[in-house]
Design a protein around this ligand. Structure first.
Ligand code: GN1
Ligand code: MG
Length: 423
């Protein structure tokens, strides 16, 4: 308690946030410490501010304006080289803080991008039938958004640290571009730029067990990018990604970012300023702007959206072309209520169970019945449930496998309530 502390405080739009934040201020004041109340901020904005404070401003100015200016400048600089691409996107703000802050940011972006914000919190309830998690798990568009065919749309989650993209094709079919597709787009682009600048920096993608098998296959076999699996929860992915010069990490649900080592940042900045060859210098400049646009402290829906928009525009890619990089295996995520989720224990980064006895053998047997299949069950770290994931060659098979694994969990791991029903 000898060192002087400075506490940065921020809150989101939930009614409970105000009294919680007041309680923290009272506690900090009682301890005679300094604090700065940043008021309403997204989770990643607060992370950005803390990083600025802890790096004596090297990461940026520790204010919301500093955040908006840093990202807007990098985005405008990046996209002014792009010849084509309509930078126009519909955003589902999940009725949370992200909508508010994106609106606030618009004037800093000086029309470098047009965003139309839906579910901005003025009417609907937070995350109700909208938001990134709803869209990812339901594999459906959120309510309250206008979706013309082929139009690029995205959903933030309630505190704006996750993002997923989607669109309806001209036949009216819904296409989801989740965290795996985002990681693929970003790592493909980074790899192209690294080839141009000819820097030998290590790069890897970190995923979790929930990553679609097609994404892992594409990254490893086609892109030749090393892929690592970490336990669910961004802290695990973040730590693994720190082992590389460029570590791209994303959970399938859209939570992720890119980390650059000090060495990578230095080499990129050096080339961007000193390199003689025009083409190399330009690529280094692009990389440098990406470093500035990416919020390296944590997954950030606003920053990730701008990174994606910039890459699509620089590559001249439509959302359909991005989607076609690889085709997701049909998949299903379900949950089972159990009396005590601790009866399940896992190994292999949560891809296999070691407890209760017999469960993994049962999952293995069920999985063998289907083509291109994979399934696992793990206890949630945030809710009192067991999550089940399955993928297979068809949606029917993925649904059937997920249901059968739910039944196995229900019977072998102490399920409560009604027996899981088929979809
Ligand atoms: C399958 C899934 O989406 N799991 C989520 C969820 O964790 P669980 O441990 O699965 O409840 O909440 C975490 C925190 O937001 C997030 O990091 C993670 O990805
Ligand atoms: Mg969140």
């Amino acid at each position: 308690m000898q060192l002087e502390a400075a506490v940065a405080i921020g809150r989101d739009t939930r009614p409970s946030s105000e009294s919680l934040s007041r309680a923290v201020i009272d506690g900090v004041t009682a301890l005679d410490s300094k604090y700065h109340d940043y008021g309403l901020v997204t989770t990643p904005q607060l992370h950005y501010i803390i990083c600025c404070c802890n790096s004596e401003g090297r990461y940026g100015k520790p204010t919301l304006e500093g955040y908006y200016n840093k990202l807007s400048k990098a985005f405008s600089d990046l996209t002014k080289q792009a010849e084509c691409g309509n930078k126009c996107v519909n955003v589902d703000g999940a009725n949370g803080i992200g909508a508010l802050k994106l609106k606030e940011m618009e004037k800093f972006l000086h029309s470098a991008i047009t965003v139309q914000i839906f579910n901005d919190g003025s009417q609907g309830k937070l995350n109700h039938l909208c938001g990134a998690d709803y869209v990812k798990v339901q594999q459906n568009p959120p309510q309250g958004i206008e979706m013309k065919p082929e139009e690029r749309c995205c959903s933030f989650d309630g505190d704006a640290d996750r993002i997923v993209y989607y669109y309806n094709d001209s036949a009216g079919h819904f296409h989801l571009l989740d965290g795996d597709k985002i990681a693929t787009l970003i790592s493909t682009f980074l790899k192209e730029m690294l080839v141009k600048v000819n820097l030998s920096l290590t790069m890897a993608v970190v995923q979790t067990a929930y990553a679609n098998g097609s994404s892992t296959h594409y990254l490893e076999e086609i892109m030749k990018v090393p892929v690592y699996c970490a336990k669910t929860g961004v802290k695990h992915l973040h730590h693994k990604a720190q082992e590389f010069d460029i570590g791209v990490y994303f959970e399938a649900n859209g939570h992720g970012t890119v980390l650059f080592s000090k060495k990578a940042e230095e080499q990129i900045r050096h080339l961007a300023n000193m390199e003689q060859s025009n083409e190399k210098r330009k690529a280094a400049h692009t990389l440098q702007n990406l470093v500035d646009l990416i919020n390296q402290t944590v997954g950030d829906a606003i920053s990730d959206m701008l990174v994606i928009e910039a890459i699509l525009s620089l590559k001249g890619f439509t959302v359909q072309q991005w989607d076609e990089i690889y085709t997701d295996l049909p998949n299903r995520q379900l949950k089972v209520k159990v009396a005590d989720r601790k009866v399940i224990d896992t190994t292999d980064d949560e891809r296999r169970t070691i407890k209760p006895p017999g469960l993994q053998e049962k999952i293995d047997d069920l999985t063998k019945k289907y083509n291109m299949s994979r399934a696992f069950a793990r206890p949630s770290g945030t809710e009192d449930i067991v999550r089940v994931y399955a993928e297979a060659d068809t949606q029917e098979n993925a649904d059937a496998l997920a249901h059968e694994v739910c039944l196995a969990v229900f019977h072998l791991a102490g399920g409560i309530g009604d027996e899981p029903k088929p979809l």
